[in-house]
Ligand binder design. Sequence first.
Ligand code: TXA
Ligand code: MG
Length: 319
Amino acid sequence: MHTELGIDIQRALELLQEGKQVAVPTETVYGLAADANHEDAVLGIFAAKNRPHANPLILHFDHLASAEPYMLAFPAVFKLLYQSFCPGPLTFIVPKSSLVSELITGGQETVAIRFPKHQVLQDLLKEFGRPIAAPSANLYGQLSPTTAQHVYSQLNGRIPYILDGGACDQGLESTIIGLENERVLIYRYGSITAEQLAVHLGYTPEAKIHEHGGIRTSGMVKYHYATQTPLYLGFKNKQGQAADLQILLSDDQTVSEPKMILSQSGSLTEAAQNLYATLHAADAIGVERIFVEPFPQDGLGAAMNDRLSRAAAKFSSND
Ligand code: TXA
Ligand code: MG
């Protein structure tokens, strides 16, 4: 299959209407979109990514009213968070209605819904008038894409069209939350931090990022977000070997080359924007090993440490 890369929203719309898969920009990472109400279109997402069917997909909507028919309830506390953060990088796990196919949810009774902020995707959703299912537009287990070019390098030949909407603003996937015993829980760390949620909740939501009770989120898969080059979370040493690349939050003159810096000013927001792009670049330059300095474990640092430790798990375990 020939993969075209362009900025033609109308073309993307037509392909979605035909039940095809299209990579689309979001404010977090690029998504691999298809008509959520069309079984073959959804199956095509799993096929293009080599993704196991048990791993459920997020439904994307332009706003809450469009999502309501697809869920049985949207708790008041979610409405509050919706008003504060949406459209934006927050995904809600809610009980699904009968309109949502088991293909989307991996057989679970809950569905993940999200209201993306990127204007191009907003326009597409409004025109399309149906939910769009979209996981991140990478091959299963590999690095998430934050540019159209990243998508092309992994999915070339597997999908007909990549809609280029520029580099993603946030650079990290959405935060996934659920509600259990009247408390909001974080199922996947992401662009919205626990601290930001706490301002509205009056308490800091606990993270529940390990497999439990049949709930599956990508954060719960052990190997994920991985580079091809062996990657380690940890600071190697000041005088690294030439074959080892070190990725640092901010520059440290005492660390030798080769190194890459995520933010000259040490900003976690900027580091999150640059993280995947830096890992894609690091993967492409042909070093033997990549070492990434762990981030402080709060705010976006928690989300970045989570992604990196899952990438590193692929290289540091024998199973
Ligand atoms: O920022 C994002 O969320 C991006 C953009 C494209 O929207 N999407 C994304 O999708 O990261 P994906 O599929 O790569 O990760 C979403 C995760 C899935 O791995 C899945 O396990 C989890 O959301 N998920 C989906 N439905 C769920 C459900 N009903 N219960 C628990 N987790 C669910
Ligand atoms: Mg993903």
